[in-house]
Design a protein. Structure first.
Lengths: 114, 109
């Protein structure tokens, strides 16, 4: 285990649903990230939080809404998604925002939008 | 041009073979580089960091060529358990991890 826990592991939702993805890290890290991984595409950075403050929104549509109540927890709220949003959503953490820091990933949420 | 490019493979090699992957990056300001391993339907896990002086960890060797802007991963004496997708990452700024699409390796018995 990497110390980063994501729930749920799988999620199927309709386009009108509202759901949330949860991430918790037990590593004492200060930075947390959301990534999207679609088939045959590289990991795409979505959001970055440092000490629970958002430092990056990588032009993500507003139907994705992140929330970081503290340095250990990160949520991704989903609303009126599109089928093309179906992907693996990965949470990650690092000790701090530093180019030499390694990322530790959670096991991901496989999302299917119908 | 993609920021980080990898040959998607698959590379099919017999057990015991030596296999090498390259990964090219376009941003000359990239500061750090890593190789991650991702098994099917699992999360990426750090394999090793890549340093200008090269980095060796058991059967795995990673190297960086800044002049030509590529990093490499060499796996010696391949095991069946090495079958996975290998992602390279180049980091610019403080946290801009840019990943490649990955190279798929299949080690055959």
């Amino acid at each position: 285990e990497t110390g980063v826990t994501q729930t749920p592991r799988h999620l199927v939702m309709g386009m009108t649903n509202k759901k949330s993805l949860k991430c918790e890290q037990h590593l004492g890290h200060n930075a947390m990230y959301w990534y999207k991984q679609s088939a045959k595409k590289p990991l795409e950075l979505m959001f970055v939080y440092n000490f629970k403050e958002q430092t990056e929104n990588n032009s993500v549509p507003s139907r994705f809404s992140p929330e970081c109540p503290n340095s250990s927890h990160l949520f991704l709220h989903l609303h009126t998604l599109q089928p093309e949003d179906s992907a693996l959503y990965l949470c990650a953490s690092s000790q701090e925002l530093n180019p030499n820091e390694k990322l530790f990933f959670g096991s991901g949420t496989q999302l299917s939008v119908l | 041009r993609k920021e980080v490019e990898q040959d998607p493979g698959p590379f099919n090699v017999p057990e015991g073979a030596t296999v090498a992957f390259n990964c090219t990056y376009s941003n000359s300001a990239s500061q750090s580089f890593f190789w991650y391993r991702q098994d099917c339907r699992k999360e990426p896990k750090l394999l090793m960091s890549v340093y200008s002086s090269g980095n060796e960890d058991g059967r795995f060797t990673a190297q960086l060529n800044r002049a030509s802007q590529y990093i490499s991963l060499l796996i010696r004496d391949s095991k069946l358990s090495d079958s996975a997708t290998y992602l390279c990452a180049a980091i610019s700024g403080t946290y801009k991890y840019i990943f490649g699409t990955g190279t798929r390796l299949k080690v055959l018995a």
